[in-house]
Design a protein around this ligand. Sequence first.
Ligand code: ADP
Length: 599
Amino acid sequence: MSARGPLKTTEDYEAGEDNTFGERMGLIAWISRDYLAKHWIWFIAAFIFMSIEGAMFGALSYMMKPMFDRVFVGGEADMIGLVGLIFFGIFFIRAVAGIAQKTILGRVSQISINELREDLLRHVMRLDGSFHQSYGPGYLMQRLNGDVATINSVWKALITGAGRDVVALFSLFGVAFFIDWRWTLVALVGAPLLIMPAFAIQRFLRGTSRRARDMQAGLSTRLNEIFTGIVPIKLNTLETYQAGRFASLADRLLAVRIRAAAASAAVPGLIDIMSGMGFAAVLYFGGSEIMSGEKTVGDFVAFFTAIGLAFEPLRRLGSLSGTLQPAIAGLERLRELFDLEPDVRDPADPKPAPSGVPEIRLDNVHASYGDQAVLRGAHFTAEAGQVTALVGPSGAGKSTIFNLLTRMIDPSSGAVMLDGVPTTEMRLEELRALFSVVSQDALLFDESLRDNILLGRDDIPEEKLQAALDAAHVTAFLPDIDGGLDASVGPRGSKLSGGQRQRVAIARAILRDTPVLLLDEATSALDAKVEAHVQEALETLSKGRTTLVIAHRLSTIRNADKIVVMQDGAVVQQGVHESLIEKGGLYADLHRLQFDGSE
Ligand code: ADP
């Protein structure tokens, strides 16, 4: 595990070992088994077309022999038409086969990459809250898009011809071998020189790609921070500072990329050198045989055409390792994410969630975020169907109680119970279906107001929606919004005010109609009229539900059935407003502070 969390970082990659050949094969086996194997029929079809396309290279070089020996040298004029026709046929078949195999593989690659990305998204959404706190949206977006895209680049390389190139090489060397096997061996004299450097380059590229992928995720995190924080950045004139932070990481990535580009250019370069040696050697060795008439000019031209045509596929295959290494790094990183399992998950033997309006009880609950203990033996009951308010200084652990109830985190000891059943013994989906959470930072999507309230449900009749809008006092602000219900709310609801966003959340909660309501009161003051609207909406909403409210302003909870006062992760007082004021203590102190003796 690295300092940041469970995933490897650039530093880990720099310090760590390269993965073994077995591990790399394991990754390829995984992706083939889970995402490619089911398309086997298409692979066979693509392979057939590739073979046809590749074989046409061999045919092309072989046709040089009759063209020279019979037409040019032999002077058989009546052969011109036939030879020309065969040449045309070869090009035509190559074109058709090329189109067919690219289309087939293109389709399979897009389908499998989509599946991979969707699976990954589903998986990452299941991971714990703590994971998502360690890895921000920018980072994860890069992993979902960038790492998957590297695999896409392999697909592209394959589609643009790796398979065809292999077949072409076989057919071209076949022709060369057929014409003269000794010449062919001579042409390959340089090949052994290639092996060692090629391996070293591959290893180097693998290392740089792993680091580059992580740096890219880092860059993406920074961009996300910058754009979500653009207002404070402008207000504090942090543009230069932020641009500098971005540039320092971007420069490191640049350096890695430049080295990687040089390394991947080296492989085709080496192949060129090898080919040059081969050419010279054949000319030296074979030239005399042609001059002496042992071989025909046609043999010579066909041989050299075959070897000449083999250059391009060889160079392309050589540069493929430059593409393959980042893909292996991408696969490794995808697998690493897939291998993480959430700590918060469904129990093996789940109990049914309460069916009515439940009582909530915390029994000596301890909880922590990482090493930081946050709740230290919290203990209280929120009666069924009543309103229980949580108050206390900031950092006392109030929000943590919401996180425990909805199992964003689990207690380290003690139990959080609904009608006596610990939350950890219910299925997550059933548990979360019991709660509606209303807070000012309600999550709004860049869609219309209507879509933001319905959240994909299409079974809600218009009257019911209207009633919810009225009860949540959304109707009251609709006339102020251009386009009304169908207006777009902007990214994260930026076109709405805090009070409006909160009322959208209330409307959602009314439609969701769950037995338990978790309210996180607005921290910023709303104007008196809006405040009254929101308060009224909340009161209607909480009727007949078990309601827990985190109260920041004590004025709103005077009528709560119970007030639970928290400090430093424990419950220090509980009771109703009057008795708490009477008894004195933290609540009475907080109350005095807020109202400054005005009552
Ligand atoms: P409250 O809602 O009463 O203000 P919280 O429950 O939000 O308090 O937080 C209690 C303590 O837990 C605080 O000290 C806060 O810094 C810490 N805390 C809250 N969330 C996290 C988190 N995700 N990771 C680490 N510490 C956290």
